[in-house]
Design a protein around this ligand. Structure first.
Ligand SMILES: [Zn+2]
Ligand SMILES: [Zn+2]
Length: 236
């Protein structure tokens, strides 16, 4: 497969051969244990729904034979006065020791106790789930398969830099064509970050198109919100 890098803003000249984007320090990268080729987890999971071969060398590749790989990035030492490239949309692993949230986090809505929440996502089983981060408790809330879940680690928060953010109305699973792709379900369906009113409070949730609904976690359960707004982030 011939690959051409599209995105020039990276600190490492290594790309995912499925989407042709450079890896950034915030990407989740997986490799096929049979051949060693590596890809974004998002890209590889989706690919394995349609083919059981490595997209790069066509050797056999199965979901139970892929592993996470951790790369060590370092700051590039370049000529003076050269600005580091800006990445407009990033999902950044939360640093629990930090006293402040990073610049550019997206604050929206509240949990059911009235604490402010931030746009986040978490990995659960084979899904990547839109979530809301409650800074006060340092927990992320999400819902999956009728239940609510709380995460105390491995949370990624959305960081926007020089991006225009809008919330576009949706209903019964609909979403704007430029909606931010936040997560995916086990079968590779893309899910989106939404916000909607529940019990008189704005809540962040997961827009699941094929289920024709937005889900929010509420008192241990996954609750449906039929009308919502979907997050759209457009780099300037
Ligand atoms: Zn990729
Ligand atoms: Zn391969």
């Amino acid at each position: 497969m011939e690959v051409k890098a599209r995105n020039k803003s990276s600190s490492l000249g290594v790309i995912c051969a499925i989407c042709s984007e450079f890896y950034t320090p915030y990407d989740v990268i997986f490799y096929s244990a049979s051949c060693g080729h590596n890809f974004h987890k998002v890209c590889l999971t989706r690919w394995l729904n349609i083919s059981l071969t490595c997209p790069q060398c066509r050797s056999s590749c199965h979901r139970d034979n892929i592993r996470r790989i951790y790369l060590n990035f370092s700051e590039r030492r370049e000529g003076k006065g050269e600005e580091p490239p800006k990445v407009p949309i990033q999902w950044v692993p939360l640093d629990y020791k930090a006293t402040k949230l990073p610049k550019g986090v997206v604050k929206c809505g509240f949990d059911n106790k009235g604490n402010s929440t931030y746009v986040a996502r978490v990995y659960l089983n084979n899904d990547l789930l839109p979530a809301s981060y409650v800074a006060k408790n340092k927990t992320a809330l999400c819902s999956w398969d009728c239940q609510a879940y709380e995460f105390f680690s491995e949370v990624e928060v959305l960081i926007l830099t020089e991006c225009d953010l809008k919330w576009v109305p949706g209903t019964k699973g609909s979403y704007s064509s430029d909606a931010l792709q936040t997560g995916y379900s086990e079968d590779g369906e893309v899910t989106y970050t939404g916000r909607g009113l529940y019990d008189g409070t704005v809540r962040l949730g997961k827009v699941h198109p094929s289920h024709e609904v937005m889900y929010i976690p509420h008192r241990g359960l996954e609750v449906n919100v039929p009308d919502y707004e979907v997050l759209v982030a457009i780099p300037r």
